[in-house]
Structures are given as structure tokens and as C-alpha cells.
Design a protein around this ligand. Structure first.
Ligand code: UT7
Length: 334
């Protein structure tokens, strides 16, 4: 049996900064409300006319991760791409990256697990490496949210939260069992699917049906029961952390860095206080980027690593919760 470890990290966000004050010119919202409820100060939104898309941003982040891993694109055996906002209904964004990076005809899959997308993608890649099937896998999380948000007062409960961006890592085989991905745990509870959902267009409601409602059916915009999601998030985040640590006979005292999915600074602070984590034991960057869903953990991990906050032998826990509901954790010895 092999183990897998992260050997290269990269992220890319569009240059275009959208502040809370910018949003207040589009809808009835204000800086104070957004900061108090979410901690978000600004986010990046792809500007009109940009070449960036979910796949393009994913490829940009991937190039950096591959270069930092010391490998070349030709050393990558497989691509796992997590997103809820793919360029196309089909094919997935992973195959686009295979083409954009001019890679050999390796396999590529997309993971559709929203805010838990990166944890699911990492876990999927980890299994392929642990079985010995692949040696180096490109794992990407990328989202182009801003094109699909209701940027009017009607959509303010959701649209102020989300940002665009991408992160990527190279996961490589190692024979050192004490390093790398120690465990991943994944969960779902589909009975709450409608609490955070984009329900159309779908195979049961295609464009002609939507158009026939003459703008009355808005189910192509994200719908979220924010308070309900928040209450479940704080419980599931805590469970995900404990499950990962206990499976490895570790405790919160062993934790060097917790990187939560960046959904809401209040959720992260709740978890920080519950587990009595110091400010150095948790990384948050939602203030700058908003919620970038499948990209959020890998952007945060990359940024923390770039700032020197992640060192050799550190114990890192990643945890996510979101639409599905889905949630999960990854425990990593760096
Ligand atoms: O990443 C996937 C997982 N997602 C999450 O974990 C998100 C979880 N939920 C949340 O983070 C929070 O529920 C939100 C930040 C989305 C909302 O915060 P809240 O404290 O639950 O606010 P609320 O939805 O209960 O709304 C409170 C009030 C309402 O007004 P009334 O009914 O009290 O008069 C809203 O209409 O705030 C109003 N409101 C706004 N006001 C200004 C909602 N959105 C806005 C806005 N600006 N953008």
C-alpha cells in the first residue's frame, strides 16, 4: 500500500475586486450587514469580456501547482476537477483542463459536491494513489459563481456571499506512511437537498419550460435557507473534525492548522471557540474572496502555505459542509 501527499499547490483568482459598497449599488445591502453576518469584505468576480471561465481558472491554478511540484504536465496520470459551475452542462471541466494544458490522453473526472467538492476530490484522488493505480494526480477546485447569481435585492441573501476563483494541488505517491493524507471521511444527507439548491435547468425542467414561465420561475438561481444551513454547518463541521482526528488517535491538541471551507467567518469562529483553537491554528480568508465553494479550501491551503504557516510535519485538518447536504474531512501530516 502506498500513501499520497501534496507535492504542489497553486491558486488563481480574477483581478477584479468587488467590495460590499460595490454591491450596495446593485441591491439593497450594506457593508455593515455583510461584515457582521458573514465577515466578507470583498470578493473577486470575473469581469465582462474576460477570458476566464471555471476551466480556464482551474488550468491557471493547475499550471502553478504542477510547476511547484517539480513535475511536468506529462507526469500527471489523472485529473479530478471539483465544481458546481462547470463551463458546460457536459462534458465536465476536467477534460477541458486536459486539453488546455496539452496533457497526454489521461483520464479526467468531475466531482459535483459543491462546498465539500474539494474534500471529495482529494479523497477520490487519494484512493487512486493508495491502490497504486496512479502516481501523480491533479486535483482542482474552481468556481465561476458571479455569472449565475441574482444580483438584485431579491437575491441578496445569497449573492453577497459568493466569489470566483480556483485552486489546485498535485497529489503524489509516497512510500512514507507517516506523511501525507492520513484519512478522509465523507458524508451526505440528501433529504436536505432543497435547503441549498439550483434546481433548474434540469432533465425534468429544460429551457423551454423555464422560458414559458416568462421570468416567473427563478429556480435557475441558487436558493438557500441560510439559517437552516448555518445550524447544520456548525454541528457537521465539529463532527467532521472529531471523526478525522479520532480515526488517527489524535486530539485537537495535536492540530497545527485547521482549514475549514470558507462559508461564513461566523461558522469558522464558532468552531474555533468550540475547540479552543488559537488564531494560529485556523486559517480564514473569506474576508478577501467570499465563498468560492469547491475552490475555497484549496485556495486557503495554498495561501496559508505561501505565507509559511504550514511547515514540515504539521498536522492539518480540512473540513467542509454544504449543499447536498454533504460534508467531510481530510487529515494530513505535511
Ligand atoms: O457554503 C455552503 C454552506 N453555506 C453556509 O454555510 C451558509 C450558512 N448561512 C449563513 O451564513 C447565514 O444564514 C447568512 C449569512 C446566509 C444569512 O445570515 P442570517 O443571520 O441567517 O440572516 P437571515 O437570512 O436570517 O436574514 C436576516 C435579515 C432578513 O431581514 P428581515 O426578514 O429580518 O427583515 C433578510 O432579508 O437580513 C436580511 N438580509 C439582508 N440585508 C442586507 C438578507 N440578506 C441581506 C443582505 N443585506 N445581503
Amino acid at each position: 500500500m502506498y500513501n499520497s501527499k501534496i507535492t504542489g499547490l497553486g491558486f488563481y483568482v480574477p483581478d477584479n475586486v468587488v467590495t460590499n459598497d460595490d454591491l450596495s449599488k446593485m441591491m439593497d445591502t450594506n457593508n455593515e450587514w455583510i461584515i457582521e453576518r458573514t465577515g466578507i469584505e470583498e470578493r473577486r468576480w470575473i469581469p465582462e469580456g474576460s477570458e476566464d471561465t471555471t476551466a480556464v481558472m482551474g488550468a491557471k491554478a493547475a499550471r502553478i501547482a504542477i510547476e511547484r511540484s517539480g513535475l511536468t504536465k506529462d507526469d500527471i496520470d489523472f485529473i479530478v476537477f471539483a465544481t458546481l459551475s462547470p463551463d458546460y452542462y457536459f462534458p465536465g471541466s476536467g477534460v477541458q483542463v486536459q486539453d488546455m494544458l496539452d496533457m497526454p490522453t489521461i483520464g479526467a473526472i468531475d466531482i459535483r459536491n459543491q462546498c465539500s467538492g474539494f474534500v471529495y476530490a482529494l479523497s477520490t484522488a487519494d484512493q487512486f494513489i493508495k491502490t497504486g493505480m496512479y502516481k501523480n494526480i491533479l486535483v482542482i477546485g474552481s468556481e465561476f459563481h458571479s455569472s449565475g447569481l441574482d444580483k438584485t435585492t431579491r437575491g441578496r441573501g445569497v449573492s453577497v456571499l459568493f466569489g470566483d476563483g480556483a485552486g489546485a494541488c498535485v497529489l503524489s505517491q509516497t512510500e512514507d506512511k507517516s506523511k501525507g493524507i492520513l484519512s478522509t471521511h465523507l458524508h451526505s444527507e440528501g433529504k436536505y437537498a432543497d435547503k441549498l439548491i439550483v434546481s433548474s435547468p434540469s432533465s425534468t425542467k429544460w429551457f423551454p419550460e423555464l422560458v414559458a414561465t416568462e421570468g416567473k420561475d427563478l429556480s435557475y438561481y441558487p436558493h438557500m435557507d441560510g439559517t437552516f444551513v448555518f445550524k447544520h454547518a456548525i454541528v457537521r463541521f465539529s463532527q467532521a473534525i472529531m471523526e478525522g482526528l479520532s480515526a488517527n488517535n489524535l486530539t485537537v491538541d495535536d492540530l497545527d492548522m485547521f482549514i475549514p471551507h470558507q462559508a461564513n467567518l461566523r461558522i469558522s469562529q464558532f468552531v474555533q471557540h468550540k475547540f479552543k483553537l488559537s488564531d494560529d491554528q485556523i486559517y480564514s480568508n473569506i474576508m478577501k474572496y467570499g465563498n468560492t465553494t469547491a475552490a475555497s479550501i484549496i485556495i486557503a491551503l495554498t495561501e496559508a502555505w505561501e505565507k509559511g504557516k504550514i511547515k514540515d510535519d504539521d498536522l492539518i485538518v480540512l473540513a467542509a459542509f454544504g449543499s447536498g447536504f454533504t460534508w467531510g474531512s481530510a487529515v494530513i501530516r505535511w
